[in-house]
Write a protein that binds this ligand. Sequence first.
Ligand code: PLP
Length: 374
Amino acid sequence: MIPFLDLKPCHIALQNELEQAFKRVMQSGWFILGREVETFENEFATYCEVRHCIGVGNGLDALYLVLAAQGIGMGDEVIVPSNTFIATWLAVTRTGAKPVPVEPYADTFNLDPTKIEAAITSRTRAIIPVHLYGQPADMAPIMRIAERHRLFVLEDAAQAQGAQYMGKPTGGLGHAAATSFYPGKNLGALGDAGAVLTNDAELAARIRRLRNYGSDIKYQHQVLGHNTRLDEMQAAFLRVKLKHLEEANQTRRHLACQYQSALEKIAPRCLGLQLPIVPQWAKPVWHLFVILSQQRDDLQRYLLASGIGSMIHYPLPPHLQACYPEYAKHQLPLAQSLAQQCLSLPLWPGMSESAVSQVVNAIGGFYQSLPTKF
Ligand SMILES: *Cc1c(COP(=O)(O)O)cnc(C)c1O
């Protein structure tokens, strides 16, 4: 059996270090906003080449807090990808603003800058590019459009810790970035966690206040705040995992490379199979290895019958979700066809090369089993 994802091997490899971190926090007797959070924030900011990092409760809150701290709300519009995890949209909706979907490039699945300007109105305040599946979005043209229209750019970097765009780490490419340390992300905590990154000191101060009851000084509340703090225990675990992130991402790149070269060999015999495409300027971290197949559901069933797990990211785009009935009639054909064709193959640090070969052999077997058309 090859599971889609197995977090155990990488945690067992770090067991001693994680137990040390646990003991350090437990014995300190300090669990909220202390030394571990502050140190992790500094370490992660340095890693992302950004001045400020603010640890928060999860990725959705990180996205929301940036928008709220920018004063975005009722009557405003924010441009979001049509094909993303629902959190990107929900953060906008929570502020009272309206998510305005824009379609992706058909090859990299990331926001297509040439389609952004048509979606800009007098109400548009911000753009949220998502570095989907660990592949950086095409940030240079997005930043040029933002400058021209005086828009704020918030990177959703939840799937891209360590990914680079033109040699620069994601998380420092826009005006601010939000990230998630959900356990399955490239940098995953042992529970919920997230962070905001920015070079803007004033924005950072507003977010620090908002995450902690709107307070800088205990029991003095300048603004209506929230309680969404990264806790000391998760920060201590994240410090351990950050030390090993480059190595883990390198393993992912190696496995992705194995997938690519093996799949390229069988692709000519697999009608309707599309492999990941990586632009020259991108150094992805393969949060997910996503292929497109016109026979996706049959392929997924075939893999499962061969003992191979896989997942769909995501089976239904945000505009077709029950929680967004007002978008049900929107025509977003790329988001819809991606949702019908995408399949995420198993890939995690600790997966073996022979497991990759097994998956590729099974995919070849599936396409061979299809009736040939004349
Ligand atoms: C995981 C994820 C989020 C949300 O993170 P949580 O920590 O689960 O709230 C936001 N955006 C994207 C693209 C994600 O993949």
